[in-house]
Design a protein around this ligand. Structure first.
Ligand code: G16
Length: 543
């Protein structure tokens, strides 16, 4: 089999975003588009020779074609072995687990996460490093730089290979192992959690519904929840991954997972509901007639972590992304452990986890995880909640309401204005930035502004600095208003406005967040002039 060196021309738009390169499928289908980016990844990993790469994706449209191309390119670029999930499938947390379990050098994940799939929708690709986590900025910057100067790519001249049956074969000089995408991950979960306790929970009257949204978590949830833990058949719905995710939008929130939310708010609701996203790293947690905001979920899991065998000796520390509510900080303070505030993006937790500074981390964008892998992990969060329910014998609502009484409630809501023109997104951020110097000391929405800045982060482990990570207004009473542009969209710009207010009075802790936060919501709209600059009267998504 000959190695071909194919001349190519650079594309100017291959800059990785918050989580890899995400574009429309039609863009990835342009001749050489995928190949250029993959070659740029490989060039950014010069010590790859003879090492092992893990490869798989969430099964969306173009997954299978991309796997074949990447296998042939890996064989032509010196990798020693590729471990590919059967059918080309792997959830994002499973790739992280497999990289770590098999001491692989890195992994390529094919996914555009929660973005819709299909010929007219989105595709994505990202590289994870040997700790199992997303490549840090110095690597993504090198990939981007390489993509702008690329002149050729290397690929093995050979036919497609069989990725649908487990086994081993050679592809040129490179070994390929087609492996079960679920088993390593399921074994890891069995080591972290007390599966016997969870079996006892499911053996009783407890009922749950897990919506896999026709994305990658179906096979994982079926194996773990129904096969291993004995949840009644039918607990997992929409469990078969489809290339178009059944036409849905696998973003586990109250808008896109509405049918699950409706079921949990119905008369005959199950006790517990959960959903995951396209690639299995996000999670949404619901109780009977109760929605748990992701920021609260992190705080509740941290406060109750000792119920879970793997965390019985306590947590080393907790980290959250900057826009995530401060609920977890309060738990950390009470536990007497450190807490960290990082920019948006799971990659920023990697150094803290590797250095043993934190055990749990999470983001408002429905991401929660621990030091067991280096990605957020949807099913892990579900099993963690089930463990707390099993140990406490309480409902989700009782657990959270008790948490608010103990730690205060951080009322929280995020308003997204999706798909606005990119120029309007920039204008909004500029409009707000120029006001920053005069905002401090002013009384706005009935609160005094204590600090107004553009968030910058210095990594405490390697000293790297990440600037322009979102504009923050911090108020004297602890409330916060944050505005940033999403780094994961594929069309135009998405503005996210985050609102947060702490309520210590138990009598006022069970009110509608939209009502409680109304003054901050109005302030955010006024300061950004979002209505005037976009013509939008209301956000696209409220979470
Ligand atoms: C990715 C990142 C997360 C981030 C989220 C939203 O998640 O891994 O760290 O919070 O995007 O980012 P943004 O606000 O920039 O759109 P996922 O699940 O899309 O991979």
């Amino acid at each position: 089999m000959a190695v071909l060196n194919i001349p190519t021309q650079a594309f100017p738009d291959q800059r990785p975003g918050t989580s890899g390169l995400r574009k429309k499928v039609t863009i990835f289908q342009q001749p050489h588009y995928l190949e250029n980016f993959v070659q740029s990844i490989f060039e950014a990993i010069p010590d790859r020779m003879g090492k092992t790469l893990v490869l798989g994706g969430d099964g969306r449209f173009f997954n299978r074609e991309a796997i074949q191309i990447i296998l042939r390119m890996a064989a032509a670029n010196g990798w020693g072995k590729v471990m590919v999930g059967r059918g080309g499938l792997f959830s994002t947390p499973a790739v992280s687990a497999v990289i770590r379990a098999h001491r692989a050098h890195g992994g390529i994940i094919l996914s555009a996460s929660h973005n819709p799939a299909g010929p007219d929708h989105d595709f994505g690709i990202k590289y994870n490093i040997s700790n199992g986590g997303p490549a840090p900025e110095k690597i993504t910057d090198a990939i981007w730089a390489g993509s702008k100067n690329i002149q050729s790519f290397r690929i093995l001249d050979t036919a497609d290979v069989d990725i649908d049956h487990e086994g081993h074969f050679q592809l040129g000089d490179m070994a390929v192992e087609v492996c079960d995408p679920v088993s390593d991950y399921a074994a890891l979960m069995a080591r972290i959690f007390d599966f016997d306790a969870l079996r006892r929970l499911f053996a009783g009257p407890f009922r749950m519904r897990f919506d896999a949204m026709h994305a990658i978590t179906g096979p994982y949830a079926l194996e773990i929840l129904e096969n291993q833990l004995g949840a009644v058949p039918g607990t997992v719905i929409n469990g078969i991954p489809l290339t178009d995710f059944g036409g849905g939008h696998p973003d586990p929130n109250l808008v896109y997972a509405k049918s699950l939310a409706d079921a949990l708010f119905a008369e005959d609701a199950p006790d517990f509901g959960a959903a995951s996203d396209g690639d299995g790293d996000r999670n949404m947690i619901l109780g009977r007639r109760f929605f748990v905001t992701p920021s609260d979920s992190l705080a509740v899991l941290a406060a109750n972590a000792t119920h879970i065998p793997a965390y019985q000796t306590g947590l080393k520390g907790i980290a959250r992304s900057m826009p995530t509510s401060q609920a977890a900080d309060v738990v950390a303070q009470q536990l007497g452990i450190p807490h960290y505030e990082t920019p948006t993006g799971w990659k920023f937790f990697g150094n803290l986890l590797d250095a043993g500074k934190i055990t749990f981390c999470g983001e408002e964008s429905f991401g929660t995880g621990s030091d067991h892998v280096r990605e957020k992990d949807g099913l892990w969060a579900v099993l963690a909640w089930l463990s707390i329910i099993a140990a406490s014998g309480k409902s989700v609502a009782d657990i959270v309401v008790q948490h608010w009484q103990d730690f205060g409630r951080h009322y929280y809501t995020r308003h997204d204005y999706e798909n606005i023109p990119a120029s309007a997104g920039e204008e909004i951020m500029k409009t707000l930035s120029v006001q920053l110097p005069i905002l401090v000391g002013q009384t706005l929405a009935g609160r005094v502004v204590q600090k107004a800045d553009d968030f910058a982060y210095t990594d405490p482990i390697d000293g790297s600095i990440s600037s322009h990570q979102g504009i923050r207004l911090l108020f004297e009473d602890g409330a916060r208003l944050i505005v940033r542009l999403s780094g994961t969209g594929t069309e135009g710009a998405t503005v996210r406005i985050y609102h947060e207010h702490l309520e210590q009075d138990a009598a006022r802790q069970q009110l509608d967040p939209q009502r409680i936060l109304r003054d901050l919501i109005t302030l955010g709209k006024d300061l950004t002039r979002i209505e005037q600059l976009t013509g939008r009267k209301a956000p696209t998504v409220i979470t």
